[in-house]
Design a binder for this molecule. Sequence first.
Ligand code: FES
Ligand code: FES
Length: 171
Amino acid sequence: MTPEPHPGSTALVPLALVVNGDAVRVAVPAERTLLELLRYDLGLTGSKQGCDKGDCGACTVLLDGEPVLACITLAVDADGRGVETVESLAKGQKLHPVQTAVVNHGAAQCGFCTPGMLMSAKHLLDGSRTPTREDVKQALSGNLCRCTGYTKILDAVEAAAREMAEARGGD
Ligand code: FES
Ligand code: FES
């Protein structure tokens, strides 16, 4: 894949990374953000471009397992690393427990914040088997929602944590 350079760019930088388990080789202008790489070069439009300046969390993805704001992360900083986007959560027709919980709790309205919320929640649930309400609030504190309000979202993540604990046989 060889995207068009931005106006004023002089050279493309070759990158090799793993996105949602797939090896990707791509050449991008040095100023390309990770969000632009995902959405425009790789066609992974689940990560949303909200504020595009690091304020809203809609672009949250995991980089080597840690949440980052893809709109203020350069694509070149993902070279040699692993990226997980919201597209990685469902396995075929089977939703991740936190996706199911969001649906069941009515925790998405326009859905624009949802991919970022889900990735922040996944990071929490990957690392904490029994998060408290406060843990969930902390984990989602960088993700803004303009329409649902936060109660249903927090409820959904807590429910997902319980379901995942039960699936493991209880913790
Ligand atoms: S789009 Fe990245 S923080 Fe808002
Ligand atoms: S559901 Fe619309 S911004 Fe959160």
